[in-house]
Design a protein around this ligand. Structure first.
Ligand SMILES: Nc1nc2c(ncn2[C@@H]2O[C@H](COP(=O)(O)OP(=O)(O)O)[C@@H](O)[C@H]2O)c(=O)[nH]1
Ligand SMILES: [Mg+2]
Length: 266
């Protein structure tokens, strides 16, 4: 990769590489996180585990179609600890069994005190209203706050060929745009074929830091649980559909495909 050398004064030269690194660190200190915790979300088979591998720089997460459990891996990167939790994902065209939903929600508590970012993996390609409502249903299991800590990560970007991601998003229409609006248009295109010394990971982590600087802190699963347990006020119906998952699943009429067999491509 071509080096982009900044202009330096003699005094700066005399300060040596350690001093330069310290200055660089000071400049970035306000945004720099000493530790980064990520949870990877999405339906089954869009490339969550491959994304997790690309981020961690090693083949640590198995690419398995029938994944049932969350997997956590940690590595040291750029002088700080990086934690990635891969989740089994939800069923794209049939009801997700309750045990999978519980496991999904558990993912956020595997990296205490909570993830800085949820990476919502979406493969580039046709994005339907069902995809949108399945995302809404499953992401909201974590509570509404989750959106302020979510970044969309596009996989399969090679299928775009000469089309830009911006054009793809525009062309794909309102369903995909709804998802992007929910996370304030934060998205990242990952090249899942690049491992190891991967400059894109630095860019992604900077995006996470920027989001944390704007939105504040990290997602806290304990706060979400407390929100759930708040006593019902008099106007609320005590039989409303709160389910014991530390979250409030949304039921969308568009998700009417409950008994369909899961297609091979998702
Ligand atoms: N060509 C290509 N293949 C991908 C990409 N992302 C995932 N895959 C493949 O899609 C399959 C599912 O990936 P995986 O990470 O296991 O999906 P998960 O179920 O979401 O964890 C694997 O065979 C991957 O190699 C991508 O961006 N490009
Ligand atoms: Mg997987």
């Amino acid at each position: 990769m071509a080096e982009n050398k900044p202009l330096e004064t003699k005094a700066a030269d005399a300060s040596g590489p350690e001093e330069k690194a310290r200055k660089k660190a000071t400049v970035k200190a306000s945004a720099r996180l000493e530790e980064i915790r990520l949870v990877v979300l999405g339906w089954r088979w869009p490339g969550k585990s491959l994304t997790a591998n690309a981020i961690i720089g090693k083949e640590e997460f198995r690419l398995e179609r029938a994944a049932e459990f969350c997997v956590k891996r940690q590595t040291e990167m750029d002088g700080r600890q990086l934690t990635v939790v891969d989740t089994p994902g939800w069923f794209s065209a049939q009801d997700t069994p309750p045990s999978y939903k519980e496991e999904l929600v558990r993912g956020a508590s595997l990296c205490p005190p909570g993830p800085h970012a949820f990476l919502l993996v979406i493969p580039v390609g046709m994005f339907t209203d069902v995809d949108r409502s399945r995302i809404e249903e499953h992401v909201s299991l974590f509570g509404e706050h989750v959106w302020s800590h979510t970044i969309v990560v596009f996989t399969w970007a090679e299928v775009l060929r000469s089309i830009s991601i911006e054009r793809y998003i525009r062309r794909e229409g309102k369903e995909l745009q709804w998802v992007l609006e929910k996370c304030k248009r934060r998205y990242f295109v990952i090249n899942t074929s690049v491992f190891g010394e991967n400059p894109q990971v630095g860019c992604l982590l900077e995006k996470v830091e920027k989001m944390v600087a704007q939105e504040g802190g990290h997602y806290n699963p304990e706060v979400e649980k407390k929100e759930e347990k708040k006593p019902l006020d008099e106007n609320q119906n005590p039989t409303s559909d709160v389910q014991g998952l530390g979250a409030r699943p949304k039921h969308n009429s568009a998700v009417g495909l409950s008994k369909e067999v899961e297609p091979l491509n998702k």
